[in-house]
Design a binder for this molecule. Structure first.
Ligand code: ZN
Length: 346
Protein backbone atom coordinates (compact mmCIF):
# COMPACT_ATOMS: atom_id res chain seq x y z
CA UNK A 1 0.00 0.00 0.00
CA UNK A 2 1.44 3.35 -1.01
CA UNK A 3 1.15 6.45 1.11
CA UNK A 4 -0.75 8.19 -1.76
CA UNK A 5 -3.59 5.70 -1.53
CA UNK A 6 -4.13 5.95 2.19
CA UNK A 7 -2.05 8.63 3.90
CA UNK A 8 -3.89 8.85 7.27
CA UNK A 9 -3.44 5.13 8.02
CA UNK A 10 0.28 5.34 7.19
CA UNK A 11 0.61 8.25 9.60
CA UNK A 12 -1.10 6.28 12.37
CA UNK A 13 1.13 3.29 11.69
CA UNK A 14 4.26 5.48 11.96
CA UNK A 15 3.07 6.82 15.26
CA UNK A 16 2.67 3.30 16.57
CA UNK A 17 6.15 2.34 15.45
CA UNK A 18 7.62 5.51 16.97
CA UNK A 19 5.76 4.85 20.24
CA UNK A 20 6.94 1.23 20.42
CA UNK A 21 10.50 2.26 19.51
CA UNK A 22 10.43 4.97 22.18
CA UNK A 23 9.15 2.47 24.78
CA UNK A 24 12.02 0.21 23.86
CA UNK A 25 14.48 3.08 24.18
CA UNK A 26 12.98 3.99 27.56
CA UNK A 27 13.64 0.45 28.72
CA UNK A 28 17.28 0.65 27.68
CA UNK A 29 18.09 4.23 28.63
CA UNK A 30 16.69 4.78 32.06
CA UNK A 31 18.80 7.85 32.83
CA UNK A 32 18.59 11.47 31.80
CA UNK A 33 21.27 13.93 30.80
CA UNK A 34 22.30 17.33 32.14
CA UNK A 35 22.26 20.38 29.88
CA UNK A 36 25.68 21.88 29.21
CA UNK A 37 25.27 25.54 30.19
CA UNK A 38 28.37 26.61 28.22
CA UNK A 39 31.45 24.59 29.21
CA UNK A 40 30.02 22.99 32.34
CA UNK A 41 30.71 19.36 31.40
CA UNK A 42 33.14 19.25 34.38
CA UNK A 43 30.20 19.82 36.72
CA UNK A 44 27.73 17.58 34.84
CA UNK A 45 30.13 14.63 35.08
CA UNK A 46 30.54 14.81 38.85
CA UNK A 47 26.84 15.52 39.44
CA UNK A 48 25.96 12.36 37.52
CA UNK A 49 28.44 10.37 39.63
CA UNK A 50 26.83 11.73 42.81
CA UNK A 51 23.32 11.01 41.46
CA UNK A 52 24.31 7.45 40.53
CA UNK A 53 25.90 6.76 43.95
CA UNK A 54 23.06 5.02 45.80
CA UNK A 55 23.95 5.92 49.39
CA UNK A 56 24.71 9.50 48.46
CA UNK A 57 21.46 9.98 46.55
CA UNK A 58 19.43 8.42 49.37
CA UNK A 59 21.17 10.58 51.99
CA UNK A 60 20.43 13.72 49.95
CA UNK A 61 16.79 12.69 49.59
CA UNK A 62 16.27 11.90 53.26
CA UNK A 63 18.49 14.44 55.02
CA UNK A 64 18.02 17.77 53.41
CA UNK A 65 15.79 20.50 54.76
CA UNK A 66 13.90 23.35 53.14
CA UNK A 67 16.66 25.95 53.38
CA UNK A 68 17.12 27.15 49.81
CA UNK A 69 20.55 28.56 50.62
CA UNK A 70 22.05 25.07 51.05
CA UNK A 71 23.70 22.89 48.44
CA UNK A 72 21.70 19.95 49.81
CA UNK A 73 18.40 21.60 48.89
CA UNK A 74 19.49 22.23 45.30
CA UNK A 75 20.99 18.77 44.91
CA UNK A 76 17.73 17.26 46.10
CA UNK A 77 15.76 19.33 43.55
CA UNK A 78 18.22 18.39 40.82
CA UNK A 79 18.05 14.67 41.64
CA UNK A 80 14.24 14.79 41.66
CA UNK A 81 14.15 16.44 38.22
CA UNK A 82 16.86 14.15 36.84
CA UNK A 83 14.72 11.11 37.57
CA UNK A 84 12.16 12.18 34.98
CA UNK A 85 13.83 14.42 32.41
CA UNK A 86 16.89 16.18 31.08
CA UNK A 87 17.75 18.92 33.57
CA UNK A 88 19.69 22.17 33.75
CA UNK A 89 22.16 23.01 36.54
CA UNK A 90 21.60 26.79 36.94
CA UNK A 91 20.82 26.62 40.68
CA UNK A 92 23.82 24.41 41.44
CA UNK A 93 26.11 26.70 39.41
CA UNK A 94 24.78 29.63 41.39
CA UNK A 95 25.29 28.03 44.80
CA UNK A 96 28.83 27.00 43.79
CA UNK A 97 29.51 30.62 42.83
CA UNK A 98 30.24 29.82 39.18
CA UNK A 99 29.43 32.92 37.14
CA UNK A 100 31.37 32.30 33.94
CA UNK A 101 29.81 29.14 32.53
CA UNK A 102 32.01 29.30 29.42
CA UNK A 103 35.22 28.68 31.32
CA UNK A 104 36.20 25.04 31.71
CA UNK A 105 37.21 24.12 35.24
CA UNK A 106 38.56 21.16 37.14
CA UNK A 107 36.02 18.40 37.77
CA UNK A 108 37.98 17.18 40.84
CA UNK A 109 37.92 20.64 42.40
CA UNK A 110 34.14 20.92 42.04
CA UNK A 111 33.63 17.35 43.22
CA UNK A 112 35.41 18.33 46.46
CA UNK A 113 33.61 21.69 46.63
CA UNK A 114 30.21 20.01 46.50
CA UNK A 115 31.18 17.43 49.14
CA UNK A 116 32.48 20.22 51.41
CA UNK A 117 29.24 22.16 51.07
CA UNK A 118 26.69 19.44 51.75
CA UNK A 119 25.59 18.17 55.15
CA UNK A 120 28.41 16.01 56.65
CA UNK A 121 25.95 13.14 57.02
CA UNK A 122 25.42 13.24 53.25
CA UNK A 123 29.10 13.49 52.27
CA UNK A 124 30.53 11.06 54.84
CA UNK A 125 30.54 8.05 52.50
CA UNK A 126 33.26 9.78 50.43
CA UNK A 127 35.36 10.85 53.41
CA UNK A 128 38.41 8.86 54.49
CA UNK A 129 41.16 9.52 57.01
CA UNK A 130 44.90 9.24 56.58
CA UNK A 131 47.54 8.93 59.26
CA UNK A 132 51.10 10.07 58.54
CA UNK A 133 53.68 8.72 61.01
CA UNK A 134 57.25 9.96 61.01
CA UNK A 135 59.96 7.91 62.69
CA UNK A 136 63.62 8.63 63.35
CA UNK A 137 66.32 6.19 62.27
CA UNK A 138 66.08 4.54 65.72
CA UNK A 139 62.34 3.96 65.28
CA UNK A 140 61.08 6.66 67.67
CA UNK A 141 57.84 8.24 66.55
CA UNK A 142 58.62 11.94 66.00
CA UNK A 143 55.28 13.09 64.61
CA UNK A 144 51.82 11.76 63.88
CA UNK A 145 49.30 13.64 61.79
CA UNK A 146 45.85 12.54 60.85
CA UNK A 147 43.43 14.23 58.55
CA UNK A 148 40.46 13.69 56.28
CA UNK A 149 40.51 13.35 52.50
CA UNK A 150 37.98 13.27 49.67
CA UNK A 151 40.37 12.11 46.97
CA UNK A 152 43.79 10.44 46.95
CA UNK A 153 46.01 12.28 44.44
CA UNK A 154 48.28 9.96 42.48
CA UNK A 155 51.25 11.49 40.66
CA UNK A 156 51.51 10.02 37.20
CA UNK A 157 55.19 9.32 36.94
CA UNK A 158 56.62 8.77 33.52
CA UNK A 159 56.35 5.04 33.07
CA UNK A 160 59.63 3.29 32.43
CA UNK A 161 58.24 0.21 30.69
CA UNK A 162 58.15 -0.04 26.93
CA UNK A 163 54.35 0.13 26.83
CA UNK A 164 54.52 3.57 28.45
CA UNK A 165 51.65 2.75 30.75
CA UNK A 166 51.27 4.02 34.30
CA UNK A 167 49.81 1.44 36.64
CA UNK A 168 47.17 2.85 39.00
CA UNK A 169 47.58 -0.21 41.22
CA UNK A 170 51.33 0.43 41.59
CA UNK A 171 50.72 4.14 42.21
CA UNK A 172 48.12 3.36 44.86
CA UNK A 173 50.45 0.91 46.63
CA UNK A 174 53.33 3.35 46.46
CA UNK A 175 51.17 5.98 48.12
CA UNK A 176 51.21 3.89 51.32
CA UNK A 177 54.86 2.81 51.22
CA UNK A 178 57.16 4.39 53.76
CA UNK A 179 60.01 6.50 52.43
CA UNK A 180 63.01 8.33 53.74
CA UNK A 181 62.70 12.06 54.19
CA UNK A 182 65.26 14.68 55.13
CA UNK A 183 66.88 14.92 58.56
CA UNK A 184 64.45 15.67 61.37
CA UNK A 185 65.07 16.37 65.04
CA UNK A 186 64.20 13.56 67.45
CA UNK A 187 63.56 14.45 71.12
CA UNK A 188 64.58 11.01 72.34
CA UNK A 189 67.81 10.77 70.34
CA UNK A 190 68.41 14.45 71.03
CA UNK A 191 69.74 14.98 67.52
CA UNK A 192 68.78 15.23 63.89
CA UNK A 193 68.47 11.87 62.15
CA UNK A 194 67.20 10.64 58.82
CA UNK A 195 63.52 9.90 59.22
CA UNK A 196 60.97 7.79 57.43
CA UNK A 197 57.38 8.74 56.82
CA UNK A 198 54.59 6.21 56.38
CA UNK A 199 51.02 6.87 55.33
CA UNK A 200 48.16 4.64 56.45
CA UNK A 201 44.47 4.76 55.66
CA UNK A 202 43.00 4.98 59.12
CA UNK A 203 39.40 5.17 58.02
CA UNK A 204 38.45 3.49 54.75
CA UNK A 205 35.70 5.51 53.09
CA UNK A 206 32.64 3.75 51.68
CA UNK A 207 33.59 5.27 48.31
CA UNK A 208 37.29 5.66 47.60
CA UNK A 209 38.13 8.29 44.96
CA UNK A 210 41.49 8.34 43.21
CA UNK A 211 42.62 11.47 41.39
CA UNK A 212 45.15 11.05 38.58
CA UNK A 213 47.21 14.22 38.57
CA UNK A 214 47.02 14.95 34.85
CA UNK A 215 47.04 18.72 35.32
CA UNK A 216 50.37 19.88 36.71
CA UNK A 217 52.36 23.08 36.76
CA UNK A 218 55.37 22.78 34.50
CA UNK A 219 58.31 24.88 35.70
CA UNK A 220 60.01 24.77 32.30
CA UNK A 221 57.12 26.39 30.45
CA UNK A 222 55.81 28.14 33.62
CA UNK A 223 52.27 27.05 32.82
CA UNK A 224 49.87 24.23 33.54
CA UNK A 225 50.16 21.26 31.23
CA UNK A 226 48.16 18.10 30.77
CA UNK A 227 49.72 14.67 31.07
CA UNK A 228 48.04 12.42 28.49
CA UNK A 229 49.92 9.35 29.65
CA UNK A 230 48.16 6.03 29.20
CA UNK A 231 47.16 4.50 32.54
CA UNK A 232 46.13 1.00 33.43
CA UNK A 233 42.99 1.05 35.58
CA UNK A 234 42.37 -1.93 37.86
CA UNK A 235 38.77 -3.04 38.22
CA UNK A 236 39.35 -3.88 41.88
CA UNK A 237 41.69 -2.49 44.55
CA UNK A 238 42.74 -4.24 47.71
CA UNK A 239 44.04 -2.63 50.88
CA UNK A 240 45.03 -4.54 54.00
CA UNK A 241 41.49 -4.48 55.34
CA UNK A 242 39.24 -3.60 52.44
CA UNK A 243 38.34 -4.55 48.91
CA UNK A 244 37.11 -1.94 46.48
CA UNK A 245 35.35 -2.29 43.14
CA UNK A 246 35.38 0.33 40.38
CA UNK A 247 31.92 1.77 39.66
CA UNK A 248 32.52 5.24 38.21
CA UNK A 249 35.09 7.01 36.07
CA UNK A 250 35.30 10.68 35.09
CA UNK A 251 37.13 11.02 31.77
CA UNK A 252 38.78 14.09 30.29
CA UNK A 253 39.70 14.28 26.61
CA UNK A 254 41.42 17.10 24.78
CA UNK A 255 43.50 20.01 25.93
CA UNK A 256 43.77 21.69 29.31
CA UNK A 257 41.27 24.46 28.61
CA UNK A 258 39.32 23.27 25.61
CA UNK A 259 38.77 19.62 26.50
CA UNK A 260 35.64 17.74 27.42
CA UNK A 261 34.57 15.78 30.50
CA UNK A 262 32.26 12.77 30.49
CA UNK A 263 31.45 10.11 33.09
CA UNK A 264 31.09 6.34 32.85
CA UNK A 265 29.08 4.87 35.68
CA UNK A 266 27.88 1.40 36.59
CA UNK A 267 24.21 1.54 37.52
CA UNK A 268 23.18 0.07 40.84
CA UNK A 269 19.73 -0.57 39.35
CA UNK A 270 20.65 -2.83 36.45
CA UNK A 271 24.46 -3.20 36.91
CA UNK A 272 25.09 -1.96 33.37
CA UNK A 273 27.62 0.72 32.52
CA UNK A 274 26.34 4.02 31.10
CA UNK A 275 28.16 6.93 29.50
CA UNK A 276 26.98 10.37 30.65
CA UNK A 277 27.93 13.00 28.09
CA UNK A 278 26.03 16.17 29.06
CA UNK A 279 22.55 15.77 27.51
CA UNK A 280 23.33 12.33 26.11
CA UNK A 281 23.21 9.12 28.07
CA UNK A 282 24.09 5.91 26.31
CA UNK A 283 25.40 2.45 26.96
CA UNK A 284 29.03 1.97 25.94
CA UNK A 285 29.62 -0.41 23.08
CA UNK A 286 30.24 -4.02 24.15
CA UNK A 287 33.91 -3.81 23.12
CA UNK A 288 34.66 -0.99 25.55
CA UNK A 289 32.85 -2.81 28.38
CA UNK A 290 35.08 -5.84 27.99
CA UNK A 291 38.07 -3.49 28.06
CA UNK A 292 37.01 -2.12 31.42
CA UNK A 293 38.64 -4.97 33.30
CA UNK A 294 42.13 -3.59 33.60
CA UNK A 295 41.46 -1.06 30.86
CA UNK A 296 44.17 1.16 29.47
CA UNK A 297 43.09 4.71 29.02
CA UNK A 298 44.49 8.12 28.21
CA UNK A 299 41.35 9.88 29.38
CA UNK A 300 40.56 8.58 32.91
CA UNK A 301 40.90 11.33 35.49
CA UNK A 302 38.83 10.44 38.58
CA UNK A 303 38.21 6.85 39.64
CA UNK A 304 35.51 5.94 42.15
CA UNK A 305 35.69 2.59 43.93
CA UNK A 306 32.93 1.16 46.12
CA UNK A 307 33.82 -0.84 49.21
CA UNK A 308 33.03 -4.49 48.62
CA UNK A 309 34.60 -5.92 51.80
CA UNK A 310 34.32 -4.22 55.16
CA UNK A 311 37.45 -3.60 57.21
CA UNK A 312 38.30 -6.22 59.82
CA UNK A 313 38.83 -3.50 62.33
CA UNK A 314 35.77 -1.30 62.93
CA UNK A 315 36.15 2.46 63.17
CA UNK A 316 35.02 2.37 66.85
CA UNK A 317 38.21 0.53 67.72
CA UNK A 318 40.32 3.28 66.17
CA UNK A 319 38.39 5.85 68.24
CA UNK A 320 38.98 3.81 71.45
CA UNK A 321 42.71 3.87 70.73
CA UNK A 322 42.84 7.61 71.08
CA UNK A 323 40.56 9.04 68.49
CA UNK A 324 40.94 10.55 65.09
CA UNK A 325 42.47 13.96 65.16
CA UNK A 326 40.99 16.04 62.40
CA UNK A 327 42.94 19.13 61.53
CA UNK A 328 40.89 22.27 61.23
CA UNK A 329 42.74 23.48 58.21
CA UNK A 330 40.26 22.02 55.75
CA UNK A 331 40.42 19.57 52.91
CA UNK A 332 42.40 21.72 50.52
CA UNK A 333 45.13 22.25 53.09
CA UNK A 334 45.15 18.56 53.89
CA UNK A 335 45.44 17.66 50.23
CA UNK A 336 48.42 20.00 49.96
CA UNK A 337 50.01 18.31 52.95
CA UNK A 338 49.41 14.87 51.48
CA UNK A 339 51.08 15.99 48.27
CA UNK A 340 53.96 17.60 50.12
CA UNK A 341 54.52 14.42 52.05
CA UNK A 342 54.39 12.44 48.81
CA UNK A 343 56.94 14.79 47.25
CA UNK A 344 59.11 14.37 50.31
CA UNK A 345 58.98 10.64 49.78
CA UNK A 346 60.18 10.79 46.20
ZN1 ZN B 1 65.04 8.93 67.85
Amino acid sequence: MSSKENPPKKKGCDKGIVKRFKMRLDLIFDYNGLVNQGATCYLNSVLQVLFMTKNFREAVESHCGQDQKTADFHLKSLFKALKTSETHTKDILSILGIRNVYEQRDAAEYFENILSMVNPYVSKIFKGHLRHTMRCSEGHVTSVETGPFWTLPLSIENPSDSNKTYSVRDGFEKFFKSSTVSEMYCDQCNEKTYSTIACKMEHHPEILTLLLKRFEFDYHSMSYTKNDCCVEVPHTLRTKNCDYELYAVVDHVGSLRGGHYTARIKSYDDHNWYVFDDSYVRQPNPQSISHMNNERSQSVYLLMYKKSRAPDQPEEEIKKRGGIKVYGRGMEENRRRIEENKRGME
